[in-house]
Design a protein. Structure first.
Length: 87
């Protein structure tokens, strides 16, 4: 039977705190703004999301990051393992 052996699970949360040098980076507090800007147009083009709502979300989130966000944690987990012999 094929599968994984030696499986290990590791938490790899990313925390950004206001005042940190990378706080405003695109992949720190700006990660969700990046998602709104990159995925949002596809959602509007497909009719799943109204552009006015997408634009409003972008503006509101940018304002939230600038004025109120103090700490953000992105919870993540990685899993490692070795492929078992398929015999």
């Amino acid at each position: 039977m094929a599968g994984l052996t030696g499986v290990e699970v590791h938490r790899c949360d990313e925390v950004v705190q206001r005042g940190a040098p990378d706080f405003f980076d695109a992949y720190a507090s700006g990660i969700w703004l990046n998602v709104i800007q990159s995925v949002g147009p596809h959602l509007t083009a497909s009719g799943f999301l109204d552009e006015k709502l997408r634009s409003s979300a972008e503006e509101q989130y940018a304002r939230y990051v600038e004025t109120a966000l103090e700490r953000q944690t992105q919870f993540a987990v990685t899993v490692e393992g070795q492929a078992a012999d398929a015999r």
